[in-house]
Each structure stands twice: as structure tokens, then as C-alpha cells.
Design a protein around this ligand. Sequence first.
Ligand code: ASP
Length: 449
Amino acid sequence: MMKVAKFGGSSLANATQFKKVANIVMDDAERKFIVVSAPGKRHDKDYKVTDLLISLGNAFYNQDKYKSYYITIIDRFTKIINELNVDDALVEEIKAKIDATLDASLSYEDLMNQIKALGEDSSAKILSAYLQTLGVNAHYVNPKDAGIIVKNDPHGAQLLKDSYEKIYTLREKDGVLVIPGFFGFTKDGQLATFSRGGSDITGAIVSAGVEATLYENFTDVDSVYAVNPSIVENPHEIKQLTYREMRELSYAGFSVFHDEALIPAFNARIPVCIKNTNNPSAPGTMIVADREIDDRCVVGIASDTGFSSLYVSKFLMNREIGFGRKLFQILENEQVSFEHSPSGIDDMSIIIRDSQLTEEKEQKIVKRIYDELHADFVAFHRDLALIMVVGEGMNEAIGMAQTATTALGEANVNLEMINQGSSEVSMMFGIKANDLHRAIKALYRAYFE
Ligand code: ASP
């Protein structure tokens, strides 16, 4: 029985948190593979070390003032190291690594990759040194030596499948292995980082690679909640979720777990448990391949803002062969990806994340659709929020959509769109962002109370 335990940024924000992590590691001899994030925020106004490193890299590259970032970063590591009574030679080692990275005359991309990785790399070195002072046979293992081989990609490194064979051999290594999350190496030895929040991905890769019995993901909440606790007080705790449900929930704003991280765990069918570093005896939320479905069907309601809808109408669109392809081709040419696309007989809506749009791009897209597709009407609608009502077995249950539409109607929320057909585990509602809190409260009441 070998477990992988991954600790997120809030679990390693300061020395007190490192001590909790060490206790958790020592508490269970099966916790052999420990994956760590960079130190996160200690309080609301604090900065994550990764963000500080990104600012440092940018400022340095642009020849702006960068010293204050540099000092803040060194300071945070120094404090942790001193408070844990770890040999302060480690401070010098971390500092030397940052200096060497800045002085290496790297391209912008390499500089940012390498500088970003130093948060997790330093966390792992500190934790393994600290565990050693407590008598644990712990070792820092660099992702290169762990066999995490990736393809570089500006949107986040992608694992190469042949990594798994090497990762499996970690099982034979002695003691507790502490591995920094968030990055791997390309075949030719270049460091490449995963997308933001990507230490979860490392945890899942290691879990799949070593064929762990369990992937424990330690964060700062007791469980995954059925709805955002900042909208509904004391929401229902989810005990069990399937991978599919978690994927849908994390897509629409449940930021507990990186959605990409599910893929390796899912493919290898490794169960995942989300647990709280600050309350490790709480059972947490299990994410599994199959679960028993209860009467409620709905497990959670997620939501996210920041969407626009591109509305296109043209009489007899349904008969025009290739219309959809041409429309999506325009988006592809403009390098815009889409989230959903509900359609009617003569019209189509395409939901797009706002972050991909500029006013200029919008105008260009609208113009091209008029000019090239001869549409009757084209417009962007801004300030959309999406709500996902998620649950296995929902599509077979009768009246699920009606519960939602009735609740939303009673709460006076205007529905801009509904999309139920394609996903077997979710229903999507598009509403005006202004109505979001009211809508979520109403849906929660309808499904959970
Ligand atoms: N430290 C990285 C980030 O902030 C990765 C992680 O914490 O998972 O994105």
C-alpha cells in the first residue's frame, strides 16, 4: 500500500504549516510519495511565492526594479527555514539557485519556466530537510530524476506517456520521497512548468506512475462542498464524487482541484481524496470511478462568471451545409476557443470566455460573420455567468430541469440559455452575471434543502 500525498500552497505557507505537513507525513507509513506546492498566501493580503517569482522574472527580464521581489522571496524562505531549525546552508542554496537562474541569460520563456519552478523546488528541499531533522528517512527527488518527462507548451507542459515506466521505479527507492510539483523536463533536458495550479498535476502523474493505492490531495478545506461557501453558508459536504462529476464542477469554478489533474488519476483509476491539512482527521471527499447514486442525483452546483455569448442568426441556417464549420473556422482563425454551443433552427450561440476577447477582436469576428456567412444578425452578449448543476444519473431522473427552471423563475432570474443534451452528468444554465448569487441560492434550496 503506497500513497501519494500532495500539499498545496496554503499547506506550506509558513513554518507552522510545514510542521502540520510533517506530522501528516509521519502519521501514516503508507505516505511514501510527497508532492509539494510553493508556499502560498499566509493571509488574504499576502502573495503566493509563485506570483512573486513571476513578478521577479518579469521585472528582471524587462530591466525594471526587481530587488524588492527578490528580497521578499528570500525572506520568506529564510523565515521558514529558521523557524523549522533547518540548517541555514539551505538559504544559501536557494539564493544561489535564484541568482544562477537570473544570471543565465535565458530566453524569456526559459527564464519564466525556471524561475517559476523555484517555489516548489525550494519547498521540497525544505520539507525533506525538515523531515530529516525529525528522524524521517526523507529524500528530495528532482522531477528529472523522478522521470517526469514532458512536452513543452506555452499553455502548460504535457506529460509524455513513456514517463510512467521510470516513475514506477520510484517504488523501489528507500524512504519518503519529496518531489516538487508543477514542473517536469523535456527530453532534451529543458525545464517546463505545467499550467498554474499544476502541482496537482504532478501529484496525479506520480500517483498514476507508481500505481498508488490512493492520491491524497491536502488543501485547506474539510471537503468539497456542494456549492460555493461564500454564496451559501454552511453548504452540504460532498463525501463522494465521480471523476466526471469533479471534472464538471472544477470546470465551472470549483477551484479545489486542478481539472487537468484528474486525467492521469482517472486513466489509471487511482482514487483521489481531498483532505484538510488543518484538520487531517476529517474524512474529506473521495473522487472515484463509480459511486452509488442516491435519490438526490445532484451532487453540486458550480458557477463561474466571465463569459460572453456570440449570437448568430440566419434564416434557414438548418439547411445550409457547412454553416457551422465556417462559423467555427472564423473563431479558429481568430484563435478563440469556445465552451458551449447551444443551437436552434435558425440560430446558434457560442459561449466564449471573456479573457480571449478584445473589443477589436469582437468587431472583427462580427464583421467576418456578416461578410462571409451573410448572417441576418450577429451580436456579442457580455456579462454572462454559467451555472452547472452536476450529478451522475441526473439525465435519467425525471423533473431535474423542471426543479431548476421553477426555482430560477421564482427567484426572478431570467434564463439566457439552457444546455442539457450533451453531457450525461450536468445541466448548464446561462444567466446574467448580476443574478448569479440569487440564482445559486435558489438552486441550492431547490436541490438540497
Ligand atoms: N505554485 C504553482 C501555482 O501557484 C502551482 C501550484 O501551486 O499548484 O500556480
